[in-house]
Every structure is written in C-alpha cells, then in structure tokens.
Design a protein around this ligand. Structure first.
Ligand code: 6GU
Length: 246
C-alpha cells in the first residue's frame, strides 16, 4: 500500500515512520511511505508557501498553488484520482473501523495543514475525506497523519507477523484487550493469575473473554453498546442493550 504525505516538515514524518514494525514492513515492500515537501512546489524563488489571511486576523494561511501542484504531481504518478485526507480537528474522529476500511485502498494522500489553516479553495479541489484524531488541537497535521498511517498499515496484509498479530486485540468486536503477563511468575509480590498456568486452553480462553468484557464495562462502557456479546454474556455481566453504562 502507498502512503503519500504532503507536508512542510517531511523529515518529521520520515524519521518517525522508518522505525519499528512500520519501518520493517516498508523495507519488506508491504508499504511504501513517501513524504513530499510542499515547499518544493512553490513558484517563487523565496519558496514561500503561506501568506496573510484575507479579511485579517492572526497567523498565516497555507497557499493553494504549492499544495495543488504537489498533489497534481502525485495524481499523475498514481494514475487516478486518489483518496485524499485532510487532517483537521473539524473532521469526524478517526476509528479502527475507518482504519480497516482505508486499508483496502491502493494509495492514500494525506495533506498536513499548519499555521491557521489552508486556503479553502484547494481543499475543495482535492480533498475527499476530512479526518480528526480526537477532540484537542495540535500544531499541525503531521502527528495525525502518522497516527493514521500506523493504524491503517497494521491492517494491510503482511505488515503484522504472527508475533504482532492483530487477531485478538482491543476493539475487535468492540471489546478492549484482556491483561497480559510474562516472566517472572512472581514480581513485586504479585503472582500471575493461576488460570494462565493451568495449561487448560478452554479455561484460559473463557477467562480472557471475561476479562475483556469486565474491562470494557469498567473503562469504556460506551463501547459495550455495540460490542458483540452473546445473550448469555449480556445476562452474566449485566449489559443492557442500548443503554449500558449510563
Ligand atoms: Cl487532524 N489536526 C490538528 N491540527 N489538530 C488535531 C487533529 C488534526 N485532530 C485532533 N486535533
């Protein structure tokens, strides 16, 4: 899968995404991540990419032309009109469901805004999706773009190996993940839950399922409303349809 990130700070993006699992998957060829410097597409010799806002007010606005030319070069290279995400706190909040859905694409372009924003006319021209990563304000779209690239990449076949499996993890079936333990058996006066030492895989499975449900009920009751629970489980853990946790 190909990710193209339009940014004024390409180094920030490159450094973060060539380490760990994402870096490995890129080296193996499952992912191709390219940071494109918008400044390389400025028309004037001072490489100016922003200007004062019409109507006045604080800060600077990123100009349409360099962004549009950078985008057009990418569109030519990709060969069709790509899905283009503008990172903004004004968009709907990014979810695991969106990550899975976007992982079906062959290529995605991310536009990272900065300063007070981006000239609205270029957004109207190129953006297909507006996405936020949560209800707080960041200084730019780079961190959100990296968050999205990471979450989407994990859903691309081949990126996760057996050791980094995405099979039983938080948000599968809208439940949080069960607690994990490793050696030593005793640490800081605490032992590992006995069931995990039993070797009884059916019991372990049941215990983990129970832990997932209890955790979700405690920390994210909002998720339980749409969690995939059996009728028995709903009764056992007193989860009401529609109104749980309220
Ligand atoms: Cl996508 N951009 C910025 N600048 N701030 C944010 C955000 C995005 N999502 C949450 N806060």
């Amino acid at each position: 899968m190909n990710f193209y990130i339009l940014t004024l700070f390409p180094e920030m993006v490159r450094n973060a995404l060539n380490t760990s699992i994402i870096g490995k998957a890129s080296k193996k060829g499952y992912l191709n991540i390219e940071a494109v410097n918008i400044r390389d597409y400025t028309a004037d010799r001072h490489q100016k990419a922003d200007d004062y806002p019409y109507g006045g007010g604080a800060g600077m606005v990123m100009q349409a032309q360099p962004i549009y030319d950078a985008y057009c070069a990418l569109k030519e290279k990709i060969g069709y009109i790509p899905r283009t995400v503008y990172l903004t706190p004004q968009g709907p909040t990014f979810t695991q469901h969106m990550a899975k859905e976007m992982a079906q694409e062959d290529s995605i372009v991310f536009l990272c805004g900065h300063y007070e924003g981006v000239d609205e006319r270029v957004l109207e021209e190129i953006v297909t999706d507006y996405v936020s990563i949560g209800d707080y304000v960041l200084t730019g779209g780079e961190l959100p773009a990296m968050v999205m690239v990471d979450a989407i990449s994990r859903m691309v076949p081949g990126v996760l190996t057996n050791e980094t499996s995405g099979q039983s993890e938080s948000f599968e079936g809208n439940l949080l993940e069960y607690p994990q333990y490793t050696r030593p058996y005793q640490w800081n006066g605490k032992a590992v839950p006995e069931v995990l030492m039993s070797g009884d895989h059916r019991r372990i499975e049941m215990w983990r399922r129970e832990q997932s449900i209890l955790r979700t009920k405690k920390y994210r009751p909002d998720l339980l409303k749409t969690a995939e629970l059996t009728i028995k489980e709903k009764a056992l853990y007193q989860v009401n349809d529609e109104k749980s946790g309220e």
